[in-house]
Design a protein. Structure first.
Length: 450
């Protein structure tokens, strides 16, 4: 049986209040907290920074300070606060995710002389331990951590997985030094800014603590990092409660001591359900990403298949939530293991290698040029030709085929290129159709050189 456990603060938590650890609800007050004190010689702040690339939804939860073990039995099935924020980030394995946070802890407060109230004692004396737990929960708020927290989840989608990860590593290297105290300038160099402009960047933030302008919107990564660096000073002046310590009633001087219901196995089962739900949510988000970005894959699944997978995972999620609810209400016989299986045909298709780079064009019958393709976001690249007509255009990749309407700069020639790439994206067969000046259709080959 637990002696104490640390959980996130929620509305209604205060010293002496009872808490039901299975569902997180605030129960009645069975404890007179007495004087509230702070730890001797602990008036300073504890500040924790982190900036890391995450590869699972559970890593995002851990970075937010949400422990599956500590709160999985109720917290991950709720739809409020940090859990809601984490779910709205739509973690999937196809994007690259960076998570940045700053935790600031001021002095820890606790009630050392807590005593059972006269109103609660008769229940224990009469042996009504179940009634006691129904009214006052599993434990009471003994300690409270004031301070603040700031989190940012950054999602990066580029034309290739390699570019996503490279960009995330560049941002991580830039800002780790600042957060470690090595600098104060949060501005990015021009090269990184150009790379960001060619990627889809989504930034979401969650903040508790601060006041007024200290809580203003941080809409880009430079503002996020500036806020992280300045956050401890904000919290010194304007803290909030964000963590509490729940102590077992058995830590008190009780007349008979409640014979607590053994809920340890129940909590472990609910934690397993929570982990299963996180896995299902991640898979659902993967399917949604494939639905929204089919052009990023060599052979994307059919829409009907994606819809079927999405419905399957939604059904599985509903089942695990229902099972968790039964377990919470019936610890004896109501907590069997949940057997989660993937659809028989489920697999994440291979991402395209992308077409960015330098390519040599050889036309059948003679003629060659060099094409430089530069990512402009999503499945598009700016295309610039050196040689032949010095053409310009925007290459759009759909699966393994790219099409581009072009215009020459040496004359009025216009037309359309179709490039059908091999699976390794190192070469392509070329079809050139002219619209103006020239007539006919030419063929050739495209070879990647850099």
């Amino acid at each position: 049986m637990f002696q104490s456990v640390d959980v996130p603060w929620t509305q209604g938590m205060n010293f002496g209040m009872g808490v039901n650890l299975l569902n997180g609800q605030i129960a009645g007050k069975a404890v007179d907290p007495g004087p509230v004190t702070t730890t001797v010689s602990a008036a300073g702040q504890t500040v924790t920074y982190q900036l890391k690339i995450v590869t699972s939804l559970e890593e995002i939860y851990n970075s937010l300070g949400i422990s599956v073990e500590a709160s999985g039995h109720y917290g991950l099935f709720s739809a409020s606060g940090k859990v809601k924020y984490a779910n709205e980030a739509k973690f999937n394995t196809q994007s690259t995710f960076l998570v940045a946070h700053c935790f600031v802890e001021n002095a820890f407060e606790q009630c050392e002389g807590a005593m059972l109230t006269d109103a609660a004692k008769p229940l224990l004396k009469a042996g009504q331990t179940t009634r006691f737990q129904d009214r006052f929960g599993d434990g009471f708020v003994r300690g409270m951590q004031n301070g603040g927290e700031f989190h940012s989840i950054i999602s990066i989608v580029s034309s290739t997985s390699a570019e996503q990860k490279s960009l995330a590593l560049s941002l991580q290297a830039k800002y780790e030094g600042i957060l470690a105290g090595g600098g104060v300038d949060a501005s990015l160099d021009q090269e990184t800014k150009k790379r960001l402009e060619k990627s889809d960047l989504e930034i979401s933030t969650y903040q508790r603590g601060g006041h007024g302008d200290e809580t203003s919107l941080t809409k880009d990564i430079e503002l996020v990092m500036s806020r992280l660096k300045a956050f401890p000073a904000f919290i010194l002046a304007n803290p909030v409660p964000f963590g509490v310590q729940i102590a077992s009633y058995q830590t008190l001087d009780l007349p008979d001591g409640p014979n607590p219901i053994d809920i340890q196995a129940q909590k472990e089962a609910l934690t397993d359900y929570a982990r299963t739900m996180l896995r299902i949510d991640s898979l659902r988000n993967d399917v949604e990403f494939m639905q929204l970005n089919p052009t990023l894959y060599k052979k994307p699944p059919d829409v009907a298949v994606l819809n079927r997978w999405s419905d399957f995972f939604a059904s599985e999620r509903s089942e695990v939530v229902t099972q968790a609810s039964r377990c919470a209400n019936n610890p004896v016989g109501g907590c069997p293991s949940f057997s989660f299986k993937l659809p028989d045909d489920f697999s994440i298709p291979e991402r395209t290698a992308g077409i960015a780079g330098v390519w040599r064009l050889n036309l059948d019958g003679g003629g060659f040029s060099q094409w430089t393709l530069t990512p402009r976001g999503g499945n598009q690249c700016d295309a610039v030709e050196e040689g032949l007509g010095n053409a310009r255009g925007i290459a759009v990749l759909e699966g393994t085929v790219s099409s581009m309407t072009f215009a020459a700069t040496v004359d009025a020639t216009t037309g359309r290129y179709t490039w059908a790439f091999d699976d390794s994206f190192t070469s392509a067969t070329v079809t050139l159709e002219f619209f103006t000046v020239h007539t006919g259709i030419l063929h050739g080959r495209l070879i990647k050189t850099a």
